[in-house]
Ligand binder design. Structure first.
Ligand code: FAD
Length: 313
């Protein structure tokens, strides 16, 4: 069954990994008995791999996806951005993916590098990338696009952002993968708003497990401007590492290790509860950022009831 059929028929489960920077990291992810091999046992419908804006990790991104394609246990999906890419280079890279059996793509603009006002490439928005892929490759790729339930950080209004999302649909996108959103009321309003605006694509919800204070705060505030519900702020405050979680030597807090472990435990339960709330909102799937780890993600997927009966864990 195609991924689009799956998204239409049942709740899909997928994971996101990133290309490690070191050989040891590659071995942990892609080696025999590594994280990918373990993730397969959860029977995900697809595994996606991020793409460094500017193509900094293109080689590793392809290596990870090649492994997933060769293993044949799930669908490999690559993220792909416009940053610094000419049309010629895009054509070349996409042909490379196809040659390796990778025909699913998350088409993104990419985050603009610090100090830049444009992509520095031939294409300026994700919509242009969708249009280019459809024109050059027809239906060879299944194309996902990003959706931002709180509005993209640089959008002029939520309405305008939804209009651009609709344009991505009209240009040939197949489904939506969402940006981080912890504000469930806003998520439900956005679902209603996109449907009212004529966006009928399946919505696959991106979820970052809450495992670490620093990563949680970073992800919300460094780029995305995400609202933190009071319950999540309280969770962070209750386990606050003094003087702050960003300090280079936080072990000056004598309870550092206990607080880290307690936060992680509470964060896992928070994530599971959030998945239950999402599943009541008419979504098509849950896309868990696996962060190149297995145990926590497996626990969350199992406890949130995301595993199909044939999963091995
Ligand atoms: P677009 O859809 O192009 O939108 C960008 C902004 O421009 C928005 O404000 C939109 O309202 C506006 N806009 C859109 N079209 C037009 C137009 N025609 N005219 C004027 N304004 C317009 N980044 C990476 O670098 N690598 C990754 O692997 C990666 N993975 C991601 C995975 C997911 C699930 C998500 C949600 C995001 C990911 N990102 C990744 C981040 C993403 O690249 C950024 O959020 C980026 O800033 C916007 O990308 P986009 O595709 O949403 O852009």
């Amino acid at each position: 069954m195609s991924l689009i059929e799956m998204l239409k028929r049942r709740n899909v489960l997928s994971f996101e990994v990133y290309p490690p920077k070191t050989e040891a990291g590659m071995d942990r992810l892609c080696g025999k008995g590594g994280v990918l091999d373990k993730l397969y046992t959860l029977n995900p419908d697809y595994i996606s791999c991020t793409y460094g804006a500017g193509g900094t990790n293109v080689g590793r991104n392809l290596e990870v996806l090649q492994k997933i394609a060769q293993d044949g246990r799930t669908i490999p999906v690559t993220h792909f951005t416009c940053i610094g890419n000419s049309r010629e280079r895009i054509r070349e890279q996409l042909n490379g993916y196809l040659d390796n059996g990778i025909n699913h793509l998350l088409a993104l603009r990419g985050d603009l590098p610090m100090g830049c006002t444009g992509t520095g490439g031939d294409l300026h928005y994700a919509g242009e990338l969708v249009e280019f892929v459809r024109r050059e490759f027809g239906d060879k790729f299944t194309i996902a696009v990003a959706g931002s339930p709180e509005g993209h950080i640089s959008c002029t209004s939520l309405e305008a952002d939804i209009e651009f999302l609709k344009r991505k649909q009209d240009l040939g996108a197949d489904y939506i993968m969402t940006q981080l959103c912890w504000d469930m009321d806003q998520f439900c309003r956005w679902m209603d708003a996109i449907r009212a605006a004529g966006v009928w694509l399946p919505v696959d919800v991106g979820i970052m497990p809450i495992l670490d204070q620093k990563a949680t705060i970073n992800m919300a505030l460094s780029r995305n401007g995400c609202v933190m519900p009071r319950s999540l702020s309280v969770l962070i405050s209750k386990h606050w590492i003094f003087p702050d979680p960003f300090t280079a030597n936080p072990e000056t807090d004598t309870q550092y290790h206990q607080k880290k472990a307690a936060f992680r435990e509470a964060g896992v339960e928070y994530t599971i509860d959030q998945i239950h709330q999402y599943r009541r909102c008419g979504i098509a799937g849950i896309h868990l950022y696996a962060l190149n780890r297995f145990e926590d993600v497996a626990y969350i997927a199992r406890e949130a009831g995301l595993l199909r009966e044939d999963a091995k864990v």
